[in-house]
Design a protein around this ligand. Structure first.
Ligand code: OAD
Length: 256
């Protein structure tokens, strides 16, 4: 822990890549852990274009339920510690596979959402983007696009679909130019996100993994902190910068 904290404290440019594990301590089930989302429901039904075509109403309802749970959840100490790191280092980018918005709610500012967000929907006609609509009694499910009347779908990335290009490019550029890449709470089996730490490592960055379980990235990581993120990340912030607590974002910005 001390060595990893020294490496982070000395870094000018830090990238964090997060996955579902960072939100586990907020009560949001991960995908592949025991009892996770993919044990409850078939991936093909809710995370592929074919699943949407087969039953758009069921898929919409699944995301509407998840969105409700995500909005009811609160950011945990891991999200807060990542926001604290952003306030401490000169250049910080948070790349997340999560769609729950908890990083932003914890105060993270530079957030790249590789897999979209449950706050947005888009239409299956011309791709019009729209905020996730509030459910209205008697309205069709899925709701219809306010601009063109086509069915809406969640603005998230499903298997077989491309990730948003500008977001991917920004994430890859940040990883290729960082001193430290923190990888937190991801099983690192879904591409292209799983490759991001390797990109950083190939460009000379130190990779610090935070995950209670072994992943394919553990062998690549320079430091493996094998405990829950809500425990490890606040301890890392304290070890790196002392117990004085995180700088306020304003303080840090004044310093940069
Ligand atoms: P996974 O469910 O595959 O992996 C969650 C990871 O979090 C595992 O490695 C756990 O060991 C770890 N974990 C669990 N609790 C933790 C904690 N308290 N602190 C730190 N780590 C913890 O989730 P992702 O890697 O995010 O994509 O999955 C990647 C993508 O696969 C998701 O974005 C989603 C899914 O299918 C799509 O749906 C397109």
């Amino acid at each position: 822990m001390e060595t990893a904290a020294d490496v982070v404290a000395a870094a000018g440019r830090v990238v964090a890549l997060t996955g579902a594990g960072v939100s586990a301590e907020s009560g949001i089930a991960t995908f592949r852990d025991a009892g996770g989302a993919w044990a409850q429901v078939d991936v093909a039904d809710v995370a592929t274009p074919a699943g949407y075509r087969a039953d758009p109403a069921a898929l919409w309802r699944w995301y509407a339920d998840r969105r409700r749970a995500m909005r009811a959840a609160a950011p945990n100490p891991a999200h807060q510690a990542l926001a604290a790191i952003e306030a401490r280092v000169a250049d910080f980018v948070l790349v997340t596979q999560n769609i729950d918005g908890l990083h932003q709610r914890a105060g993270s500012r530079r957030v790249l959402e590789l897999h979209g967000s449950v706050e947005e929907a888009r239409c299956t006609g011309r791709g019009h983007a729209t905020p996730w609509p509030d459910p209205e009694p008697g309205a069709p499910v899925p709701p219809l696009c306010p601009r063109c009347g086509a069915r809406l779908r969640p603005d998230v990335v499903w298997f077989g679909e491309a990730l948003p290009r500008a977001t991917v490019e920004a994430a890859w550029a940040a990883a290729a130019d960082c001193d430290v890449l923190l990888v937190v709470g991801t099983s690192a089996v879904v591409e292209p996100a799983a490759s991001l730490p390797r990109v950083a490592a190939a460009h000379g960055a130190a990779v610090v993994e935070v995950n209670p379980n072994h992943t394919p990235l553990s062998a690549v990581a320079d430091h493996v902190l094998g405990a829950p993120a809500g425990v490890v990340l606040p301890a890392l912030v304290e070890a790196a910068w002392g117990a004085g607590g995180p700088a306020s974002p304003g303080e840090a910005r004044g310093r940069i």
